[in-house]
Write a protein that binds this ligand. Structure first.
Ligand SMILES: *Cc1c(COP(=O)(O)O)cnc(C)c1O
Length: 353
């Protein structure tokens, strides 16, 4: 606390990211990073960066990159917005599109950054409870609102909503923006990008951090009709007109060009997820059906998830524990390599007994 802080600064409760430990020997299953490196073409593009491209300001519009993303998804370049990670993109979305005269709606269990942006930008919000089984109650969103935001698959449950349900949300809120945060869509479920030309109130946010193994590069994007993208550009150009650096712009173009690498990595993660799911069940855990690169699992009655989290940490295995209502009996475990997941499954029995 400092007497120089503004009222807003005093009031904020900033988001707390998962731990990024300094020493390397940990089995790190806590922040949903990819267990495999990005395509070698990405590394080659980074290495090919020359002095001139660093000396100059980057392309403020990320023109080539947006063109490449548009082609990849069958959209127009004016339907693509890019930013430094989807967290930055989402921050602009909260400020530019979701700050309305009625409350924003999002699930009670979802990405814990949403309430932080609500505080920062003064967005009034109502959290809609997931059902007892953690599914989204689509009908509960039929109430006056200033917009809706949902991660799909949801985080940290990993559970996915079908496109039919997303259409229902869009159709029952024709005058409000519905934002689908697809950070994990490449690991399961159908992307709402396919609906963009049908709905002028749909914005889809994605990231290269998880399925494309580029969390360190900080690139995220939003897809939507041109009028929504233009709104985001107005915010961006009032905040930082050069959001993506020159290295990131080339590296992402290289990533999009290596479809085989991308497909093979995501298939490996999906296969390991199923192994991890059954391995945990064999130890007595209840595991939510995940369409993401993590699972949310509870060790069951009489077992203390928080204590297991700490005991794993002592053995160098880091997972995520949220001491929050409804999920305080659960651990969120990122899908690592087969070896990393085996290390976890081998460490657990001693901690459970
Ligand atoms: C990881 C995550 C993000 C943010 O990803 P970036 O690294 O900022 O692109 C956004 N939404 C959800 C639901 C996430 O899990």
């Amino acid at each position: 606390m400092s007497r120089f802080w503004s009222d807003l600064t005093r009031r904020l409760t900033p988001y707390v990211p998962g731990e990024q430990p300094r020493h390397q020997r940990l089995v790190k299953l806590n922040t949903n990073e990819a267990p495999y490196p990005p395509s070698p073409r990405v590394l080659a593009a980074v290495q090919a960066t020359d002095g001139d491209s660093l000396r100059r300001y980057p392309d403020p519009e990320s023109t080539e990159l947006r063109q490449a993303m548009a082609e990849y998804h069958g959209l127009g370049a004016d339907q693509v917005f890019v930013g430094n990670g989807s967290d930055e993109v989402l921050a602009h979305v909260f400020q530019g599109l979701l700050n309305q005269d009625q409350p924003l709606l999002f699930p009670d269990i979802s990405y814990s950054f949403y309430p932080v942006w609500c505080d920062l930008y003064g967005v009034d919000a109502v959290q809609i409870p997931l059902r007892e089984d953690f599914t989204v109650d689509v009908k509960a969103y039929q109430r006056p609102n200033g917009g809706i935001i949902l991660p799909n698959p949801n985080a940290p449950t990993g559970m996915v909503l079908e496109l039919g349900d997303i259409r229902r949300l869009l159709e029952s809120n024709p005058d409000r923006v519905v934002v689908i945060d697809e950070a994990y869509i490449d690991f399961g479920g159908d992307s709402a990008v396919a609906l963009i030309n049908d709905y002028d109130n749909l914005l889809v946010v994605q990231t290269l951090s998880k399925s494309r193994a580029l969390a360190g590069l900080r690139v995220g994007m939003a897809f939507g009709q041109a009028h929504l993208i233009e709104g985001l550009q107005r915010i961006k150009n009032s905040f930082n007109s050069y959001p993506l650096d020159a290295v990131a712009q080339r590296a992402v173009i290289a990533s999009l060009a290596d479809e085989d690498w991308f497909q093979s990595c995501r298939r490996k993660v999906i296969a390991t997820r199923e192994r991890l799911h059954s391995g945990l069940e064999a130890l007595g855990f209840t595991v939510l059906p995940s369409a993401a690169n993590f699972v949310l699992a509870t060790p069951g009655p009489g077992r203390d998830a928080g204590a297991i989290f700490h005991a794993l940490r002592e053995q160098g295995i880091v997972v995520r524990y949220f001491n929050k209502p409804r999920i305080s009996d659960y651990l969120r475990i990122t899908v690592g390599t087969d070896e990393q997941c085996d290390a976890l499954l081998e460490a657990l029995p001693a901690l459970l007994s």
